[in-house]
Ligand binder design. Structure first.
Ligand code: FAD
Length: 482
Protein backbone atom coordinates (compact mmCIF):
# COMPACT_ATOMS: atom_id res chain seq x y z
CA UNK A 1 0.00 0.00 0.00
CA UNK A 2 1.31 3.49 -0.62
CA UNK A 3 0.27 7.06 -0.01
CA UNK A 4 -1.64 9.04 -2.63
CA UNK A 5 1.66 10.45 -3.86
CA UNK A 6 3.08 6.94 -3.94
CA UNK A 7 5.38 7.82 -1.12
CA UNK A 8 6.38 5.19 1.35
CA UNK A 9 5.98 6.38 4.91
CA UNK A 10 8.59 6.63 7.64
CA UNK A 11 7.83 5.12 11.05
CA UNK A 12 8.90 7.09 14.14
CA UNK A 13 9.13 4.99 17.28
CA UNK A 14 8.27 6.69 20.58
CA UNK A 15 9.18 5.12 23.94
CA UNK A 16 10.92 7.22 26.60
CA UNK A 17 10.89 10.36 24.43
CA UNK A 18 7.40 11.79 24.59
CA UNK A 19 8.15 15.17 23.03
CA UNK A 20 8.34 17.01 19.73
CA UNK A 21 11.23 19.37 20.57
CA UNK A 22 14.82 18.11 20.43
CA UNK A 23 13.57 14.83 19.08
CA UNK A 24 16.20 13.64 16.61
CA UNK A 25 14.05 10.83 15.23
CA UNK A 26 10.99 12.98 14.62
CA UNK A 27 13.12 15.79 13.23
CA UNK A 28 14.74 13.41 10.75
CA UNK A 29 11.37 11.95 9.74
CA UNK A 30 9.96 15.42 9.07
CA UNK A 31 12.99 16.30 6.94
CA UNK A 32 12.44 13.35 4.60
CA UNK A 33 9.22 14.94 3.37
CA UNK A 34 7.60 11.49 3.53
CA UNK A 35 4.36 10.72 5.33
CA UNK A 36 5.12 10.13 9.00
CA UNK A 37 3.65 7.39 11.18
CA UNK A 38 4.38 8.12 14.85
CA UNK A 39 3.87 5.08 17.03
CA UNK A 40 4.10 4.67 20.78
CA UNK A 41 5.16 1.09 21.28
CA UNK A 42 4.55 -0.44 24.67
CA UNK A 43 6.88 -3.40 24.92
CA UNK A 44 6.57 -4.45 28.55
CA UNK A 45 9.68 -6.59 28.33
CA UNK A 46 11.94 -3.60 28.34
CA UNK A 47 10.94 -1.31 31.11
CA UNK A 48 13.94 -1.07 33.39
CA UNK A 49 15.37 -4.40 34.45
CA UNK A 50 12.74 -6.34 32.49
CA UNK A 51 10.17 -5.23 35.06
CA UNK A 52 6.83 -3.83 34.10
CA UNK A 53 6.52 -0.11 34.56
CA UNK A 54 5.45 0.85 38.11
CA UNK A 55 1.99 2.17 38.92
CA UNK A 56 2.94 5.83 39.41
CA UNK A 57 4.72 5.96 36.07
CA UNK A 58 1.82 4.28 34.34
CA UNK A 59 -0.40 7.12 35.59
CA UNK A 60 2.08 9.61 34.16
CA UNK A 61 2.38 7.75 30.88
CA UNK A 62 -1.39 7.84 30.38
CA UNK A 63 -1.47 11.62 30.64
CA UNK A 64 1.73 12.18 28.74
CA UNK A 65 0.44 10.13 25.80
CA UNK A 66 -2.70 12.26 25.68
CA UNK A 67 -0.50 15.38 25.52
CA UNK A 68 1.79 13.88 22.88
CA UNK A 69 -1.11 12.74 20.70
CA UNK A 70 -2.63 16.25 20.85
CA UNK A 71 0.67 17.91 19.88
CA UNK A 72 1.18 15.52 16.96
CA UNK A 73 -2.37 16.07 15.81
CA UNK A 74 -1.75 19.82 15.66
CA UNK A 75 1.16 19.15 13.31
CA UNK A 76 -0.94 16.86 11.13
CA UNK A 77 -0.05 13.34 12.32
CA UNK A 78 -1.95 10.76 14.32
CA UNK A 79 -0.23 8.86 17.13
CA UNK A 80 -0.67 5.10 16.80
CA UNK A 81 -0.68 3.08 20.02
CA UNK A 82 0.53 -0.50 19.94
CA UNK A 83 1.39 -3.06 22.53
CA UNK A 84 3.54 -6.13 22.00
CA UNK A 85 7.01 -7.24 21.04
CA UNK A 86 8.88 -4.52 19.22
CA UNK A 87 10.03 -6.80 16.38
CA UNK A 88 6.55 -8.22 15.70
CA UNK A 89 4.74 -4.89 15.90
CA UNK A 90 7.15 -3.13 13.56
CA UNK A 91 7.17 -6.04 11.14
CA UNK A 92 3.38 -5.96 10.86
CA UNK A 93 3.32 -2.20 10.56
CA UNK A 94 5.78 -2.30 7.68
CA UNK A 95 3.71 -5.00 5.95
CA UNK A 96 0.55 -2.95 6.39
CA UNK A 97 1.93 0.39 5.24
CA UNK A 98 4.89 -0.28 2.94
CA UNK A 99 7.11 1.89 5.14
CA UNK A 100 10.73 1.79 4.03
CA UNK A 101 12.32 3.64 6.92
CA UNK A 102 12.16 3.40 10.73
CA UNK A 103 13.76 5.95 13.04
CA UNK A 104 14.05 6.10 16.81
CA UNK A 105 15.91 7.70 19.69
CA UNK A 106 18.40 5.44 21.40
CA UNK A 107 17.86 3.94 24.85
CA UNK A 108 20.61 3.09 27.28
CA UNK A 109 18.98 0.66 29.67
CA UNK A 110 20.50 -2.67 28.62
CA UNK A 111 17.27 -4.60 27.86
CA UNK A 112 15.94 -1.69 25.79
CA UNK A 113 19.23 -1.20 23.96
CA UNK A 114 19.37 -4.93 23.19
CA UNK A 115 15.90 -5.01 21.69
CA UNK A 116 16.59 -1.93 19.60
CA UNK A 117 19.77 -3.47 18.25
CA UNK A 118 17.89 -6.66 17.35
CA UNK A 119 15.32 -4.50 15.55
CA UNK A 120 18.04 -2.72 13.60
CA UNK A 121 19.49 -6.05 12.43
CA UNK A 122 16.06 -7.44 11.57
CA UNK A 123 15.21 -4.36 9.49
CA UNK A 124 18.56 -4.40 7.69
CA UNK A 125 17.68 -7.93 6.49
CA UNK A 126 14.51 -6.51 4.98
CA UNK A 127 16.46 -3.60 3.42
CA UNK A 128 14.49 -1.13 5.52
CA UNK A 129 16.50 1.99 6.31
CA UNK A 130 17.00 2.76 10.00
CA UNK A 131 18.47 5.75 11.77
CA UNK A 132 18.89 6.31 15.49
CA UNK A 133 19.53 9.45 17.50
CA UNK A 134 20.80 10.52 20.87
CA UNK A 135 18.73 12.57 23.32
CA UNK A 136 18.12 10.63 26.51
CA UNK A 137 21.58 11.33 27.92
CA UNK A 138 24.40 13.72 27.03
CA UNK A 139 27.11 11.17 26.42
CA UNK A 140 27.33 7.82 24.68
CA UNK A 141 28.30 5.36 27.43
CA UNK A 142 30.19 3.20 24.96
CA UNK A 143 32.43 6.13 24.03
CA UNK A 144 33.28 7.61 27.43
CA UNK A 145 36.24 5.57 28.70
CA UNK A 146 38.83 5.99 31.40
CA UNK A 147 42.49 6.37 30.41
CA UNK A 148 42.82 2.61 30.93
CA UNK A 149 39.92 1.95 28.57
CA UNK A 150 37.37 0.82 31.17
CA UNK A 151 34.25 2.51 32.45
CA UNK A 152 34.19 5.09 35.22
CA UNK A 153 33.52 3.89 38.76
CA UNK A 154 34.05 7.21 40.54
CA UNK A 155 31.88 10.25 39.93
CA UNK A 156 34.45 13.09 40.18
CA UNK A 157 36.69 12.10 37.27
CA UNK A 158 33.60 11.13 35.26
CA UNK A 159 32.13 14.58 35.85
CA UNK A 160 35.37 16.36 34.99
CA UNK A 161 35.46 14.64 31.60
CA UNK A 162 31.76 15.14 30.96
CA UNK A 163 31.80 18.80 31.91
CA UNK A 164 34.75 19.49 29.65
CA UNK A 165 33.26 17.61 26.69
CA UNK A 166 33.40 19.94 23.70
CA UNK A 167 30.53 20.65 21.41
CA UNK A 168 27.45 19.47 23.26
CA UNK A 169 24.99 20.09 20.48
CA UNK A 170 22.21 22.66 20.60
CA UNK A 171 18.67 21.31 20.96
CA UNK A 172 16.76 20.65 17.75
CA UNK A 173 13.59 22.61 17.05
CA UNK A 174 10.22 20.85 16.98
CA UNK A 175 8.93 20.30 13.44
CA UNK A 176 6.50 22.98 12.29
CA UNK A 177 4.34 20.47 10.47
CA UNK A 178 4.24 16.81 9.55
CA UNK A 179 2.83 15.02 6.55
CA UNK A 180 0.38 12.59 8.10
CA UNK A 181 -0.31 9.07 6.83
CA UNK A 182 -3.68 9.29 5.17
CA UNK A 183 -4.74 5.64 5.32
CA UNK A 184 -6.63 3.83 8.02
CA UNK A 185 -4.34 2.31 10.60
CA UNK A 186 -5.48 0.27 13.57
CA UNK A 187 -4.45 1.65 16.93
CA UNK A 188 -5.05 0.47 20.48
CA UNK A 189 -7.21 2.70 22.64
CA UNK A 190 -5.44 4.36 25.54
CA UNK A 191 -8.23 3.61 27.99
CA UNK A 192 -8.04 -0.08 27.11
CA UNK A 193 -4.45 -0.13 28.35
CA UNK A 194 -5.72 0.47 31.90
CA UNK A 195 -2.75 2.60 32.89
CA UNK A 196 -4.57 4.52 35.60
CA UNK A 197 -4.36 3.04 39.12
CA UNK A 198 -7.03 0.65 40.32
CA UNK A 199 -6.77 1.83 43.94
CA UNK A 200 -9.39 4.48 44.31
CA UNK A 201 -7.89 7.93 44.64
CA UNK A 202 -4.24 6.86 44.80
CA UNK A 203 -3.35 9.31 42.06
CA UNK A 204 -5.56 12.18 43.23
CA UNK A 205 -2.56 14.01 44.66
CA UNK A 206 -0.52 13.36 41.52
CA UNK A 207 -2.85 15.51 39.41
CA UNK A 208 -2.55 18.34 41.92
CA UNK A 209 1.24 18.17 41.88
CA UNK A 210 2.08 17.54 38.23
CA UNK A 211 1.34 18.41 34.60
CA UNK A 212 2.63 15.51 32.51
CA UNK A 213 3.65 16.39 28.97
CA UNK A 214 6.14 18.50 27.08
CA UNK A 215 4.49 21.78 27.96
CA UNK A 216 4.52 20.86 31.67
CA UNK A 217 8.24 20.16 31.36
CA UNK A 218 8.93 23.46 29.60
CA UNK A 219 6.98 25.37 32.22
CA UNK A 220 8.87 23.64 35.07
CA UNK A 221 12.18 24.55 33.50
CA UNK A 222 11.13 28.18 33.09
CA UNK A 223 10.01 28.45 36.72
CA UNK A 224 13.26 26.90 37.87
CA UNK A 225 15.43 29.21 35.74
CA UNK A 226 13.45 32.25 36.71
CA UNK A 227 12.91 31.69 40.44
CA UNK A 228 15.19 29.01 41.83
CA UNK A 229 18.45 28.43 40.06
CA UNK A 230 20.27 31.27 41.84
CA UNK A 231 19.68 29.74 45.27
CA UNK A 232 19.84 26.11 44.13
CA UNK A 233 23.29 25.41 45.60
CA UNK A 234 22.25 26.88 48.94
CA UNK A 235 18.79 25.35 49.32
CA UNK A 236 18.75 22.15 47.28
CA UNK A 237 19.01 20.06 50.46
CA UNK A 238 15.98 21.72 52.07
CA UNK A 239 12.77 19.72 51.61
CA UNK A 240 10.79 22.54 53.26
CA UNK A 241 11.69 24.93 50.43
CA UNK A 242 10.76 24.52 46.76
CA UNK A 243 14.35 24.86 45.63
CA UNK A 244 14.89 22.11 43.07
CA UNK A 245 13.61 21.83 39.52
CA UNK A 246 11.24 18.84 39.86
CA UNK A 247 12.13 17.96 36.30
CA UNK A 248 12.86 14.31 37.13
CA UNK A 249 9.55 12.77 35.97
CA UNK A 250 9.67 14.85 32.79
CA UNK A 251 13.20 13.58 32.15
CA UNK A 252 12.17 10.00 32.91
CA UNK A 253 9.48 10.19 30.22
CA UNK A 254 11.65 12.13 27.80
CA UNK A 255 9.36 15.16 27.74
CA UNK A 256 12.49 17.26 27.91
CA UNK A 257 16.10 16.35 27.12
CA UNK A 258 19.24 16.99 29.13
CA UNK A 259 20.50 18.87 26.05
CA UNK A 260 17.62 21.33 26.33
CA UNK A 261 18.25 21.77 30.06
CA UNK A 262 22.02 22.04 29.70
CA UNK A 263 21.64 24.59 26.94
CA UNK A 264 19.16 26.66 28.98
CA UNK A 265 21.51 26.80 31.98
CA UNK A 266 24.23 28.23 29.75
CA UNK A 267 22.11 31.27 28.96
CA UNK A 268 24.23 34.40 29.56
CA UNK A 269 21.24 35.90 31.39
CA UNK A 270 22.09 33.47 34.20
CA UNK A 271 25.63 34.80 34.59
CA UNK A 272 24.94 36.17 38.06
CA UNK A 273 23.75 32.72 39.13
CA UNK A 274 26.69 30.68 38.05
CA UNK A 275 27.12 28.75 41.32
CA UNK A 276 23.53 27.52 41.21
CA UNK A 277 23.74 26.66 37.51
CA UNK A 278 27.02 24.79 37.99
CA UNK A 279 25.66 22.77 40.93
CA UNK A 280 22.52 21.98 38.98
CA UNK A 281 24.54 20.70 36.01
CA UNK A 282 26.52 18.53 38.43
CA UNK A 283 23.26 16.87 39.46
CA UNK A 284 22.46 16.21 35.83
CA UNK A 285 25.97 14.74 35.84
CA UNK A 286 24.85 12.25 38.51
CA UNK A 287 22.08 11.16 36.19
CA UNK A 288 24.63 10.66 33.43
CA UNK A 289 26.87 8.73 35.82
CA UNK A 290 23.97 6.46 36.80
CA UNK A 291 23.33 5.65 33.15
CA UNK A 292 27.02 5.06 32.62
CA UNK A 293 26.96 2.55 35.49
CA UNK A 294 23.78 0.84 34.32
CA UNK A 295 24.97 0.55 30.74
CA UNK A 296 28.16 -1.10 31.90
CA UNK A 297 26.50 -3.16 34.67
CA UNK A 298 23.14 -4.40 33.38
CA UNK A 299 22.34 -6.10 36.69
CA UNK A 300 22.65 -2.86 38.68
CA UNK A 301 18.94 -2.90 39.71
CA UNK A 302 19.10 -6.46 41.01
CA UNK A 303 22.64 -7.34 42.07
CA UNK A 304 25.15 -5.77 44.44
CA UNK A 305 27.76 -3.85 42.50
CA UNK A 306 30.15 -4.70 45.36
CA UNK A 307 29.70 -8.44 45.71
CA UNK A 308 30.95 -8.38 49.33
CA UNK A 309 27.36 -7.32 50.09
CA UNK A 310 26.04 -10.66 48.84
CA UNK A 311 26.84 -12.00 52.32
CA UNK A 312 24.93 -9.24 54.13
CA UNK A 313 22.51 -10.68 56.73
CA UNK A 314 19.33 -8.81 55.80
CA UNK A 315 16.45 -9.36 58.23
CA UNK A 316 13.60 -8.11 56.00
CA UNK A 317 10.98 -8.04 58.76
CA UNK A 318 7.56 -7.52 57.13
CA UNK A 319 6.17 -5.48 60.05
CA UNK A 320 9.04 -2.97 59.89
CA UNK A 321 8.84 -2.78 56.11
CA UNK A 322 5.12 -2.13 56.26
CA UNK A 323 5.60 0.68 58.82
CA UNK A 324 8.19 2.26 56.53
CA UNK A 325 6.00 2.04 53.43
CA UNK A 326 3.04 3.57 55.21
CA UNK A 327 5.00 6.37 56.88
CA UNK A 328 4.42 5.01 60.38
CA UNK A 329 7.93 4.51 61.77
CA UNK A 330 7.63 7.14 64.50
CA UNK A 331 10.47 9.17 62.96
CA UNK A 332 8.80 12.26 61.49
CA UNK A 333 11.22 13.05 58.66
CA UNK A 334 11.05 9.44 57.46
CA UNK A 335 7.27 9.32 57.73
CA UNK A 336 6.81 12.69 56.03
CA UNK A 337 8.98 11.49 53.13
CA UNK A 338 7.10 8.23 52.71
CA UNK A 339 3.77 10.03 52.79
CA UNK A 340 4.99 12.64 50.30
CA UNK A 341 5.92 9.73 48.04
CA UNK A 342 2.53 8.09 48.32
CA UNK A 343 0.60 11.32 47.96
CA UNK A 344 2.55 12.98 45.15
CA UNK A 345 4.63 10.22 43.53
CA UNK A 346 7.82 12.14 44.30
CA UNK A 347 10.14 12.75 47.22
CA UNK A 348 12.82 15.30 47.86
CA UNK A 349 16.36 13.99 47.22
CA UNK A 350 17.64 14.59 50.75
CA UNK A 351 14.64 12.79 52.19
CA UNK A 352 15.10 9.90 49.72
CA UNK A 353 18.57 9.47 51.18
CA UNK A 354 17.25 9.58 54.75
CA UNK A 355 14.41 7.08 54.20
CA UNK A 356 16.65 4.74 52.21
CA UNK A 357 19.36 4.81 54.87
CA UNK A 358 16.75 4.19 57.57
CA UNK A 359 15.29 1.19 55.76
CA UNK A 360 18.61 -0.39 54.92
CA UNK A 361 20.57 0.37 58.05
CA UNK A 362 18.17 0.87 60.95
CA UNK A 363 15.66 -1.73 59.76
CA UNK A 364 18.07 -4.11 57.97
CA UNK A 365 15.83 -4.44 54.94
CA UNK A 366 17.54 -5.34 51.67
CA UNK A 367 18.00 -2.26 49.46
CA UNK A 368 16.35 -4.10 46.55
CA UNK A 369 13.05 -4.18 48.44
CA UNK A 370 13.18 -0.41 48.96
CA UNK A 371 14.20 0.08 45.36
CA UNK A 372 11.18 -1.99 44.30
CA UNK A 373 8.81 0.16 46.36
CA UNK A 374 10.23 3.31 44.82
CA UNK A 375 9.92 1.69 41.39
CA UNK A 376 6.21 1.20 41.97
CA UNK A 377 5.44 4.57 43.58
CA UNK A 378 7.74 7.20 42.02
CA UNK A 379 6.53 9.12 38.99
CA UNK A 380 10.21 9.56 38.12
CA UNK A 381 11.17 5.89 38.70
CA UNK A 382 14.21 5.43 36.53
CA UNK A 383 16.15 2.19 36.05
CA UNK A 384 19.52 3.93 36.28
CA UNK A 385 18.96 6.63 38.91
CA UNK A 386 16.90 4.47 41.22
CA UNK A 387 19.23 1.48 41.23
CA UNK A 388 22.43 3.54 41.42
CA UNK A 389 21.06 5.72 44.21
CA UNK A 390 19.85 2.80 46.34
CA UNK A 391 23.19 1.08 45.95
CA UNK A 392 24.91 4.37 46.74
CA UNK A 393 23.04 4.67 50.04
CA UNK A 394 23.50 0.97 50.86
CA UNK A 395 27.25 1.23 50.37
CA UNK A 396 27.18 -1.61 47.84
CA UNK A 397 27.40 0.63 44.78
CA UNK A 398 30.11 2.35 42.77
CA UNK A 399 31.56 5.42 44.49
CA UNK A 400 29.10 4.86 47.35
CA UNK A 401 28.58 6.43 50.72
CA UNK A 402 30.41 4.09 53.10
CA UNK A 403 28.12 1.67 54.90
CA UNK A 404 29.09 3.02 58.31
CA UNK A 405 27.74 6.45 57.38
CA UNK A 406 24.34 6.03 58.96
CA UNK A 407 22.01 9.00 58.81
CA UNK A 408 20.43 9.89 62.13
CA UNK A 409 16.86 10.79 61.08
CA UNK A 410 16.37 13.15 64.02
CA UNK A 411 19.50 15.20 63.34
CA UNK A 412 18.87 15.12 59.60
CA UNK A 413 15.33 16.38 60.16
CA UNK A 414 16.49 19.18 62.45
CA UNK A 415 19.19 20.24 60.02
CA UNK A 416 17.27 20.13 56.76
CA UNK A 417 13.74 20.95 57.94
CA UNK A 418 14.64 23.33 60.78
CA UNK A 419 11.19 24.84 61.32
CA UNK A 420 9.40 21.59 60.59
CA UNK A 421 7.37 22.99 57.67
CA UNK A 422 7.95 19.84 55.63
CA UNK A 423 6.95 17.50 58.44
CA UNK A 424 3.89 19.59 59.29
CA UNK A 425 2.77 19.50 55.66
CA UNK A 426 2.78 15.72 55.38
CA UNK A 427 2.10 14.78 59.03
CA UNK A 428 -0.75 17.10 60.01
CA UNK A 429 -1.25 15.07 63.20
CA UNK A 430 2.01 16.60 64.49
CA UNK A 431 1.33 20.13 63.26
CA UNK A 432 0.68 21.67 66.67
CA UNK A 433 3.88 20.39 68.23
CA UNK A 434 6.48 23.12 69.00
CA UNK A 435 9.44 23.19 66.59
CA UNK A 436 11.93 21.85 69.11
CA UNK A 437 10.05 18.56 69.53
CA UNK A 438 8.85 18.11 65.99
CA UNK A 439 11.60 15.73 64.91
CA UNK A 440 11.56 13.87 68.26
CA UNK A 441 7.96 13.87 69.53
CA UNK A 442 8.64 11.15 72.13
CA UNK A 443 10.88 13.62 74.00
CA UNK A 444 8.13 16.23 74.42
CA UNK A 445 6.68 16.60 77.93
CA UNK A 446 3.35 14.94 78.47
CA UNK A 447 1.56 18.26 78.84
CA UNK A 448 3.01 19.56 75.55
CA UNK A 449 1.84 16.46 73.72
CA UNK A 450 -1.56 16.83 75.27
CA UNK A 451 -1.86 20.47 74.22
CA UNK A 452 -0.88 19.44 70.69
CA UNK A 453 -3.57 16.71 70.83
CA UNK A 454 -1.02 13.99 70.30
CA UNK A 455 -1.41 10.60 71.92
CA UNK A 456 1.83 8.78 71.07
CA UNK A 457 1.21 5.20 70.06
CA UNK A 458 -2.32 6.15 69.00
CA UNK A 459 -2.49 9.34 66.94
CA UNK A 460 1.16 9.01 65.89
CA UNK A 461 3.41 5.94 66.36
CA UNK A 462 6.16 5.56 68.92
CA UNK A 463 9.55 4.91 67.27
CA UNK A 464 9.64 1.38 65.84
CA UNK A 465 13.34 0.96 66.63
CA UNK A 466 15.76 2.51 69.07
CA UNK A 467 18.25 4.49 66.98
CA UNK A 468 21.33 3.67 69.00
CA UNK A 469 20.64 -0.10 69.20
CA UNK A 470 19.67 -0.24 65.54
CA UNK A 471 22.84 1.57 64.55
CA UNK A 472 25.03 -0.87 66.48
CA UNK A 473 23.17 -3.83 65.00
CA UNK A 474 23.72 -2.45 61.50
CA UNK A 475 27.43 -2.00 62.05
CA UNK A 476 27.69 -5.54 63.43
CA UNK A 477 25.86 -6.92 60.41
CA UNK A 478 28.16 -4.98 58.13
CA UNK A 479 31.25 -6.33 59.87
CA UNK A 480 30.07 -9.85 59.09
CA UNK A 481 30.39 -9.12 55.37
CA UNK A 482 33.99 -7.94 55.59
P1 FAD B 1 17.07 18.56 40.82
O1 FAD B 1 17.81 18.77 42.09
O2 FAD B 1 16.38 19.72 40.24
O3 FAD B 1 18.11 17.94 39.79
C1 FAD B 1 17.93 18.03 38.37
C2 FAD B 1 18.00 16.64 37.76
O4 FAD B 1 19.26 16.04 38.01
C3 FAD B 1 16.98 15.68 38.32
O5 FAD B 1 15.73 15.82 37.71
C4 FAD B 1 17.63 14.34 38.04
O6 FAD B 1 17.42 13.93 36.70
C5 FAD B 1 19.10 14.65 38.22
N1 FAD B 1 19.50 14.31 39.58
C6 FAD B 1 19.42 15.08 40.69
N2 FAD B 1 19.94 14.43 41.76
C7 FAD B 1 20.34 13.23 41.31
C8 FAD B 1 20.95 12.10 41.93
N3 FAD B 1 21.28 12.09 43.23
N4 FAD B 1 21.22 11.01 41.17
C9 FAD B 1 20.93 11.00 39.85
N5 FAD B 1 20.35 12.04 39.22
C10 FAD B 1 20.06 13.14 39.94
N6 FAD B 1 16.05 10.11 40.50
C11 FAD B 1 15.28 9.77 39.47
O7 FAD B 1 15.19 10.52 38.49
N7 FAD B 1 14.61 8.59 39.46
C12 FAD B 1 14.67 7.71 40.50
O8 FAD B 1 14.06 6.64 40.43
C13 FAD B 1 15.45 8.07 41.62
N8 FAD B 1 15.51 7.28 42.71
C14 FAD B 1 16.27 7.65 43.79
C15 FAD B 1 16.35 6.81 44.91
C16 FAD B 1 17.11 7.18 46.02
C17 FAD B 1 17.21 6.23 47.20
C18 FAD B 1 17.80 8.40 46.02
C19 FAD B 1 18.63 8.80 47.20
C20 FAD B 1 17.76 9.23 44.92
C21 FAD B 1 17.00 8.87 43.79
N9 FAD B 1 16.92 9.70 42.65
C22 FAD B 1 16.15 9.32 41.59
C23 FAD B 1 17.76 10.91 42.53
C24 FAD B 1 17.13 12.23 43.00
O9 FAD B 1 16.57 12.07 44.26
C25 FAD B 1 16.08 12.76 42.04
O10 FAD B 1 16.58 12.78 40.73
C26 FAD B 1 15.69 14.21 42.42
O11 FAD B 1 15.19 14.25 43.72
C27 FAD B 1 14.66 14.71 41.44
O12 FAD B 1 14.19 15.97 41.83
P2 FAD B 1 14.49 17.26 40.94
O13 FAD B 1 14.13 16.98 39.53
O14 FAD B 1 13.85 18.40 41.61
O15 FAD B 1 16.07 17.33 41.07
Amino acid sequence: MSDTGNEKPVIVLFRHDLRLGDNGALHRASQTGKPVIPIYLRDERVSGDNRPMGGARRWWLHHSLIALAASLRELGARLVLKRGRTDNVIDTLINDTGADMVVWNRRYDPPGAEIDEALRVQLSHRAIATQTFEGQILHEPSLLKTGAGGHYRVYRPFWRVLNAMPGLRDPLPAPLELKGWQHELASDTLDDWGLLPHQANWAKGFSEAWSPGEKGARDRLQVFLHDRIGSYAEYRDRPDIEATSRLSPHLAHGEITPFQIWHATRNPMLDGQRAGAEKFRQELGWREFSYHLLYNNPKLPSENYDTAFDAFPWENRPDLLSAWKHGRTGYPIVDAGMRQLWRTGWMHNRVRMIVASFLIKHLLVDWRIGEGWFWETLVDADPANNAASWQWVAGSGADSAPYFRIFNPVLQGEKHDPKGDYVRKFLPELAALPDKYLHRPWSAPHVTLKMAQIDLGKTYPLPIVDLQCARERALEAFNKTR
